[in-house]
Design a protein around this ligand. Structure first.
Ligand code: GLA
Length: 389
């Protein structure tokens, strides 16, 4: 995040509210190396927080309102501390859900400006960054002393209130991310193992498909339902699984006898993806990025064929990256149905390579695609903030 952007946010705050901000928070976006659609099945994920994100600047006010201004969208919304009855669309919807879940603990009126450089709807969980950052800044101004696990829980519940019944990966990573590390997160008990990423010959890029990513309008919730349905069939068939995470690769053949399509393929994705996450961590321990790249391709194929959450633009990008020998591996990232692809590469991408990519993508789909390099960065809790006056 550039200093210039922060300065703009800060002067916007001053001209809107006639005072300097007293509190600040930075909520990063999140990337995920591997482990997709496993979090809500109690499985494993391997994400990191990225450098791009959203800044929140705030100060207390003497009113019974929380005024929030979006720098990127140049619009403002006001929320009553007494509890919100109005219904909101767009970004204010996330904030009204946060307030709903924090009430009645909030008594302090607040002025807020937020803005950032995280691509919106680009598969890096901009909505979770908004939700988590809002919880943090409201927590600071109201001295709520929220514990990290409470923040994650609140953020997940607030986002469920907007219609997507997601898992915990995004919120957990945005809050707990650690610089230079990816996090092996066990979504069953929320235990983590931090894995340092190699300092050289290891770069990550995101390429946005430019296809608008709105999980509410997609089959995300349906996938989750299908997983629950498959689990129920297994349990009724005498298996003692508590979640799909408990199924081993060896058991898949037997399950094929009782699970109808597409449920069997959904389960096969979850089980094989959990396995790929563990193998990815082993590859990093062995400094074997080549094999890690093969796992990324395996993850993409499984998401495309078995889980059916990919789309033509995502598939095209993964194939396109395969032709460059400096790229280890690629896959779609996040919920799917658009969003972005993640690429692990030996060297940085030259400007010429990026331009050629963008030109070829434009010729194929008529869409501009944004390419950004990402690095594992600190989450909300590790960032330095100014303290209240
Ligand atoms: C979205 C959800 C996450 C996770 C991913 C898929 O980003 O918010 O909880 O399920 O999709 O891995």
């Amino acid at each position: 995040m550039s200093d210039a952007l922060f300065q703009n946010l800060s002067s916007t705050f001053e001209s809107l509210y006639y005072s300097k901000h007293e509190f600040e928070s930075f909520a990063p976006g999140r990337a995920n190396i591997i482990g997709e659609h496993t979090d809500y099945n109690d499985g494993f994920v391997f994400p990191f927080a990225i450098g791009q994100g959203i800044w929140f600047l705030a100060s207390k006010n003497q009113s019974a309102h929380i005024s929030v201004y979006s720098y990127n969208e140049s619009n403002q919304a006001q929320f009553s501390l007494a509890g919100e009855t109005a219904s909101f669309a767009g970004w204010p919807r996330f904030i009204s859900q946060v307030l709903k879940h924090l009430n009645p603990t909030i008594t302090q009126g607040i002025n807020i400006v937020f803005g950032g450089d995280v691509p919106i709807g680009g598969g890096v969980s901009s909505s979770s960054a908004l939700t988590c950052g809002m919880i943090d800044i409201i927590g600071q101004t109201n001295e709520l002393q929220l514990l990290p696990e409470k923040m994650v829980e609140l953020a997940v519940r607030a986002e469920h209130g907007t219609g997507v019944i997601g898992g915990i990966m995004d919120q957990f990573t945005i809050i707990n991310g650690v610089n230079n590390h990816a996090m092996l997160l066990d979504c069953r008990d929320q235990s983590t193992q931090l894995i340092k990423l190699p300092e050289s010959n290891c770069h990550f890029y995101l390429v946005n498909t430019g296809v608008k990513h709105n999980l509410v309008e997609t089959d995300y919730n349906l996938r989750r339902q299908q997983c629950n349905q498959a689990l129920e069939i297994c349990q009724n068939g005498g298996y003692a699984f508590k979640s799909l995470r408990d199924i081993s690769l060896d058991e898949l053949d037997n399950l094929q006898l009782i699970l109808p399509e597409p449920l069997y393929r959904r389960v096969r994705h979850v089980v094989s993806e959990n396995e790929r996450v563990m193998r990815t961590v082993a590859c990093l321990h062995n400094h074997d990025l080549k094999s890690l790249g093969i796992l990324l391709h395996g993850s993409h194929d499984s998401l495309r064929v078995d889980y059916e959450v990919s789309c033509d633009e995502l598939d095209w990008q993964v194939d396109y990256a395969k032709s460059a020998d400096f790229n280890y591996g690629s896959r779609m990232m996040g919920g799917g149905f658009g969003g972005c692809t993640i690429h692990l590469t030996k060297s940085t991408w030259s400007e010429a390579y990026c331009l050629q990519w963008q030109k070829d993508y434009m010729e194929t789909f008529g869409i501009d695609c944004q390419i950004i390099e990402i690095r594992p960065s600190d989450g909300i809790l590790k960032r330095k903030r100014i303290s209240s006056k």
